[in-house]
Design a protein around this ligand. Structure first.
Ligand code: ADP
Length: 192
């Protein structure tokens, strides 16, 4: 299955992607993780991305698309993938559509994790204490949430218009949310 995971920062995409990877036996591809790895490796791309990420802004579309294409062309994506953190604006959504068509692997479904803004802020400030990610500072979090509502929210309509959107209530326990996702992507299966 080729699944695109949508949701604001703090909506639980990473957590649910890990579970989906086990369940579906397909790789989890996170553009945020690919970028953080590039920053950690100190590559040219990482150096370009670092300050942009720490400010909570989006890294340029061409950098991310190139990195994603390289990842999608690895042989482990033959049975599908879970894409997390991409697309983040309409230009990326269109570029992804074109790329997936070109490699003959169109997306099957886009799952949107829907979580109220106050809860997102709570979760991200909790994570800031636990993980110390540079972009979980209060200013960067505010910026990332603003970028999400301005640039990423329209991507939800992009998939709705294609008839591929599954909207899932993302509040509650992690297991509860996971069961909702499974029901949304495969309404007929028995997920217990
Ligand atoms: P979150 O969704 O919690 O903000 P991510 O790990 O997905 O965290 O992304 C962290 C940062 O990496 C983003 O704020 C952005 O700077 C950069 N990034 C990740 N994916 C993309 C993308 N598709 N396009 C541009 N920048 C991205």
């Amino acid at each position: 299955m080729r699944l695109v995971l949508l949701g604001a920062p703090g909506s639980g995409k990473g957590t649910q992607a890990t579970r989906l990877r086990e369940h579906l036996q397909v790789p989890h591809i996170s553009t945020g993780e690919l970028l953080r790895a590039a920053v950690a490796a100190g590559s040219a791309l990482g150096l370009q991305a670092k300050a942009v990420m720490e400010a909570g802004n989006l890294v340029s579309d061409d950098i991310v698309l190139g990195m994603l294409e390289e990842r999608l062309l690895k042989p482990d994506t033959g049975n599908g993938f879970i894409l997390d953190g991409y697309p983040r604006n309409l230009a990326q959504a269109r570029a992804l559509d074109a790329l997936l068509d070109r490699i003959g692997q169109p997306a099957d479904v886009a799952v949107q994790l829907d979580v109220a803004t106050e809860l997102l802020v709570d979760r991200l400030s909790g994570r800031a204490k636990l993980e110390g990610r540079a972009d979980d500072s209060p200013d960067a979090v505010r910026k990332r949430l603003a970028v999400y509502s301005e640039q990423t929210a329209p991507v939800v309509d992009f998939y709705r218009n294609q008839g591929k959107l599954a909207c899932v209530h993302g509040e509650g326990g992690m297991d509860e949310v996971f069961v909702r996702i499974l029901e949304a992507i495969n309404p007929t299966s028995d997920v217990g």
